[in-house]
Design a protein around this ligand. Structure first.
Ligand code: AGP
Length: 614
């Protein structure tokens, strides 16, 4: 996510802004900037000076002598995690319309920015960046006459999507305006001045007296006063609270670890990834520049990835072959790149990578291109190597993922696969209008279903504590559930260091069942009705050999309790989407087992967030 800081008061603003942005670095970014009323020279007429730089914050520090060279006591700052537009100075924030009459920093995604931009260009607006945020600046410039609150109110009626905005109006020195919808923003107050920020760490040094702004509340700050307004410009009274967190806890939003924070961010991450690709109830993948003919002409799909991304490919194979009826091959990137693959004509190669920097996956992409095939990448980091070298990129908008164990990026990769499968099924005449509408509607319900699972985390935590000192833990599943078992097993072993394997349940009798001993935990994943009874039989097999059996299934499959020693339920969904729900208890199980062992959940031994070497 991007980071926003704003300050107005009696002190020099730039040093406060830079230091606040520094406290938000953990959120991940690729460029940064500040805008201050004043600037490097003291001027009669205060104007807004904007200073921006690509790369690390230290560039800004060097450009401004740590802010000391920038005069002025009111300004806003931003660290950018790119979603629309490559990382660059021109795409970094603050963004502004001509002559800096309005200057804006933004965290979020404006879903309808393209149509708004087309209209503004037709009206003669000149754009310099590829960002959705510049559209906001031009709109505010257009709506603003005398009352900033009125201009912001008008903006809110026209933009769709998620936003946290910090805004300066050129003829209102000393004033900062802010508004948010679905992206976090807080207000802080102190005797020395008032603040806005994306997150508490940015201002904790100056104040613990904060107000978490609610959706669609407009804020006006001066050095002495803070006012709140609703979208109809009626003034509101708002409560402030005292932050009790220390800085480290604040960076994790009050969660103990980034992994848990990111597990809880999954509903928003899926919403942010899916909603902008749904228009009038249909999947809209214009950004991929693939026509219906392109999609319909695909005869085979070759998917390549590593680790959890590979498990998304495994899930995709079951889901895409079931819906689109074309063969899907799946390879580990480290194997694909060396096996001299033979790819048929009209094979679409899809590389999935959260970081976009995984060496094996990048090498596999290059191998596929060397064979003359188009490569689509599903990537979370804008401008990453894999994103740059792919022929088309389907960005997941999970935001920066800090914990080495992937959770929200994994979930958004699944969502991207679902959207692609629906679009391909439609192009091949296998998904009619009603089916598409039903599937899209269910996709949009997944976030709330994940929220329901998260509400029951205590049951999973209790169970995890019973098994946190296991030596071996096995996962079994069939079909899509086998792919989910692979992911659950990887999550568990990479952060708890407990040996774990996932088996296609039908394989048990071919050797692996010899591993089952008294008390060994076997986790059976069962969301696919056509395979449910077979999975239950496999659970009976291992239980009769002494295993302790945990069942993970959908509500309604209560016969699971006839076999399992303990059962965890997830809400019902279309079975092709079940992986998105069943992975959540498996993530929580891994988290609480590792927590119970007192391990460093976010930074497991021997692992890196991005494996950029072979
Ligand atoms: C997943 O929790 C692991 N951190 C790891 O398997 C990861 O999925 C793998 O290294 C691939 O990373 P990528 O998605 O950035 O390419």
């Amino acid at each position: 996510m991007c980071g926003i800081v704003g300050y107005t008061g009696g002190s020099q603003a730039a040093p406060i802004l830079l230091e606040g942005l520094e406290k938000l670095e953990y959120r991940g970014y690729d460029s940064a900037g500040i805008a201050v009323f004043g600037g490097k020279e003291k001027k009669k007429e205060p104007s807004i000076e904007v200073i921006k730089a690509k790369g690390r914050l230290k560039v800004l520090f060097e450009m401004t002598d740590s802010g000391k060279a920038v005069h002025g006591t009111c300004g806003i700052g931003h660290t950018r995690w790119a979603t629309h537009g490559e990382p660059s100075v021109v795409n970094s924030h603050p963004q502004y319309a001509k002559d800096k009459r309005v200057v804006v920093v933004h965290n979020g995604i404006i879903e309808n920015y393209q149509e708004l931009k087309e209209r503004l260009v037709r009206d003669g607006c000149e754009f310099v960046s590829d960002t959705d945020t510049e559209v906001v600046a031009h709109l505010l410039d257009r709506y603003y006459e005398k009352d900033p609150v009125d201009a912001i109110s008008k903006l809110m009626y026209h933009v769709r999507g998620s936003y946290a905005l910090g805004i300066l109006f050129g003829d209102r020195p000393g004033e900062i305006y802010a508004v948010r919808k679905d992206s976090p923003l807080i207000v802080g107050r102190s005797a020395g001045g008032n603040f806005i920020a994306s997150d508490v760490p940015a201002i904790l040094r100056y104040t613990r007296d904060v107000c978490f702004i609610e959706n669609q509340v407009i804020v006006r700050l001066t050095g002495k006063d803070i006012q709140f307004f609703d979208v109809d410009k009626a003034e509101l009274k708002k409560e402030f609270t005292q932050i009790q967190w220390d800085t480290e806890a604040a960076e994790k939003g009050g969660f103990k670890h980034f992994m848990l924070k990111e597990i809880y961010e999954q509903p928003k991450a899926i919403r942010d990834t899916v909603s902008p690709r749904v228009k009038d109830g249909k999947v809209n993948l214009e950004e991929l520049h693939l026509t219906q003919e392109d999609l319909a002409s695909v005869r085979r799909i070759q998917m390549v990835a590593c680790g959890s991304a590979y498990h998304v490919c495994m899930t995709a194979r079951y889901m895409v072959e079931g819906l689109v009826r074309i063969p899907v091959d799946v390879d580990l990137a480290s194997e694909f790149r060396y096996r001299r693959p033979i790819l048929e004509e009209n094979t679409l190669v899809i590389v999935i990578s959260q970081s976009g920097e995984t060496a094996d996956s990048l090498a596999a992409l290059r191998e596929a291109k060397s064979l003359g095939h188009k490569v689509m990448a599903i990537v979370n980091v804008v401008g990453s190597s894999i994103a740059r070298e792919a022929d088309s990129v389907f960005y997941t908008w999970a935001g920066p993922e800090i914990s080495v164990a992937t959770t929200k990026a994994y979930s958004t990769q699944l969502a991207a696969v679902y959207l692609l499968a629906i679009a391909m099924g439609r192009a091949r005449g296998l998904v009619d209008e009603q089916t598409e509408a039903d599937m899209v509607a269910e996709l949009l319900r997944l976030p709330e279903k994940i929220e329901r699972i998260l509400e029951e985390k205590e049951r999973i935590q209790w169970f995890a504590n019973k098994f946190s000192h296991s030596r071996d833990i096995f996962f079994i599943g069939r079909g899509l559930d086998y792919a989910s078992s692979l992911e659950g097993s990887l999550k568990l072993k990479e952060i708890s260091y407990i040996h774990s394997e996932a088996y296609a349940a039908g394989e048990l009798k071919h050797g692996t069942i010899s591993l089952i001993e008294d008390g060994i935990l076997v986790i059976g994943v069962a969301t696919q009705s056509s395979l449910f009874e077979k999975l239950i039989s496999n659970m009976v097999e291992v239980k009769s050999r002494g295993a302790y059996v945990l069942g993970v299934t959908s509500y309604g499959n209560y016969s699971m309790e006839d076999v399992a020693n303990y059962t965890i339920y997830v809400p019902k969904t279309m079975e092709c989407f079940a992986a998105s729900l069943v992975v959540v208890p498996l993530q929580l199980l891994a988290y609480y087992v590792a927590l119970g062992k007192g391990l460093d959940v976010d930074k497991p031994r021997n692992l890196a967030k991005s494996v950029t070497v072979e």
